[in-house]
Design a protein. Structure first.
Ligand code: KIV
Ligand code: ZN
Length: 516
């Protein structure tokens, strides 16, 4: 089993991408967690780039205190190397990471240097860096678009100069797995001294291949993988640490390789990064997305309920997630609905269950997400109680606006008959209650009315609670809906049902046309 070195560059390559910048204390906080996660190297910044980057590398090195090596990035310039050396002075395990581009396109248009000049600069930088630490890494920027002959020459030269790690980045995310593997193999074959150092890979995700390229490079002999939490990084990002680590773990027999990452710390680390940067992870992101262990389709939910492995290859707990989630939505079936109710401590008889399931489906068609609170409302006895009395609200319609008097019309089952009543008022709640009063032949007094959102978002469930008095007796009604006027009407009707037990009601039986 080969031990792959995990080099985390969230605080450098990740941090240098738009929207992800972190201040010194945020970097220190995340570095603490990266150390908990068990990465081998933390690249904490680019010390010459700014005083903050210098300070971040210094403070991260201090707080990490040898639990991981701490790297500072530098160009091949002496001032860069000296600044990194200074920032890492107190580090228990300092690493200087120096880089220069090696592809002809970068040489001609960016560096305006010849291959010989680049080679000389690389060798000189490695030698200079070695004055500060034995742990020197050299990166041949844009290695995947570099002439292979020249790439092998420079790799050999920097190893001779003292580099202990040589990184061959796919800087622009240009390569494909089989090509990257062939580069690694060619370097290992043509540069015999490469067997004595660590060959590293660093992939960008411009074609969505960063993780696949990294894994194939590991199979080809790379011993270090550079990656970031949540795959953040320049442009389309870097290879995602969590995906590489979990792929290596899940297919260990194929890779014959392992890492030192404590995988249970993956989600806490990912969440901390989100908290610090304020940039959420896409829900369908592998390993750390909120849907990574969520199932909505009825067939999948049924499978997961009988054996999780039917639709899950990773154990949620193994990455620090709280278990599989059965997401209840319009695609869900009875199995998941029943299971969820049991989890929520709700035990319904068959008839109530079927009614609740029908209400659930109805709600799921209207709402994208159904929370536990929604479910409790859906499964609650409220609606049942309302419909078990003499009054059942079958239909509500109202017309309301900013400068018109509101009209509400209700169709109610009252005992055996159907009653339609209409009422006018300033607001829709009052109009609905008045229409219900008329339909039920009860004129109750509304003592208290409250509405509160029980879920979040614009499509939140509104729970309405009413307290009603009639002939000296009081009752409460409660109902929830995304339509708070409907919830108000149902809550009111429920209260009337409770009051009607023993009350003198005179339910109307005629159907009246709404008055203008
Ligand atoms: O993508 C890249 O080439 C880099 C180097 C500095 C390692 O980030
Ligand atoms: Zn990079």
């Amino acid at each position: 089993m080969r031990r792959i070195i995990v080099f985390d560059t969230t605080l450098r390559d990740g941090e240098q991408s738009p929207g992800f910048s972190m201040n010194v204390s945020e970097k220190v906080t995340l570095a603490e967690q990266l150390a908990e996660l068990g990465v081998d190297v933390i690249e904490a910044g680019f010390p010459i780039a700014s005083n903050d980057d210098f300070e971040a590398v210094r403070q991260v090195a201090r707080v990490v205190a040898g639990r991981a090596a701490v790297a500072g990035l530098c160009r091949t310039k002496t001032e860069d190397l000296d600044r990194a050396g200074e920032a890492l002075k107190e580090a228990a395990r300092p690493r200087i990471h120096t880089f220069i581009a090696t592809s002809d396109i970068h040489l001609a248009h960016k560096l305006k240097m010849s291959r010989e000049q680049v080679l000389e600069a690389a060798v000189a930088a490695v030698k200079h860096a070695r004055k500060y630490t034995d742990d020197v890494e050299f990166s041949a920027e844009d290695a995947t678009r570099t002439d292979r002959e020249f790439l092998c020459r420079i790799v050999e030269a920097v190893i001779k100069a003292g580099a202990k790690t040589v990184n061959l980045p796919d800087t622009v995310g240009h390569t494909v797995p089989w090509e990257y593997a062939s580069i690694i193999k060619e370097v290992l074959t043509r540069v015999p001294s490469a067997a004595g150092i660590t060959l590293s890979v660093h992939c960008h995700n411009d074609l969505g291949l960063a993780v696949a390229n990294s894994l194939e490079a590991i199979r080809a002999g790379a011993g270090q993988v550079e990656c970031t939490i949540n795959g953040i990084g320049e442009r389309a990002g870097n290879a995602a640490l969590e995906e590489i680590v979990m792929a290596l773990k899940h297919r260990q027999a194929d890779f014959q390789a392992e890492t030192g990452v404590k995988t249970e710390e993956i989600i806490p680390t990912s969440s901390l990064l989100v908290e610090i940067t304020g940039v959420p992870v896409q829900p369908n992101k592998a390993v750390v997305g909120s849907n990574a262990f969520a199932h909505e389709a009825g067939i999948h939910q049924h499978g997961v309920l009988s054996k999780t492995e039917t639709y899950e290859i990773l154990k949620p707990e193994s990455v620090g997630a709280q278990g599989s989630k059965l997401h209840l939505g319009k695609h869900s079936g009875r199995h998941a609905f029943r299971r969820k109710l049991v989890e929520l401590g709700v035990d319904l008889d068959e008839e109530s269950f079927e009614k609740a399931f029908a209400r659930f489906k109805e709600t799921a068609d209207r709402q994208k997400t159904i929370s536990d609170d929604d479910l409790l409302s859906i499964a609650g006895v409220d609606a049942d109680a309302a419909s078990s009395g003499p009054f059942i609200l079958e239909h509500l319609q109202f017309t309301s606006g900013t400068d018109i008097v509101t009209n509400a019309t209700v169709t109610m089952k009252v005992n055996e008959g159907t009653v339609v009543r209409s009422a006018w008022a300033y607001g829709p709640v009052e109009a609905a209650c008045k229409a219900i009063d008329q339909a039920c032949g009860m004129s109750a007094r509304l003592l208290d009315y409250s509405v509160k959102a029980t879920t979040s978002g614009k499509d939140a469930m509104g729970e309405v609670v009413v307290k009603v008095e009639f002939e000296g007796r009081r009752a409460e009604g409660r109902a929830s809906s995304v339509n708070v006027i409907e919830a108000s009407a149902r809550a009111y009707a429920q209260a009337l049902n409770r009051l009607s037990k023993g009350a003198s009601t005179r339910p109307a039986t005629t159907v009246l046309k709404p008055k203008p």
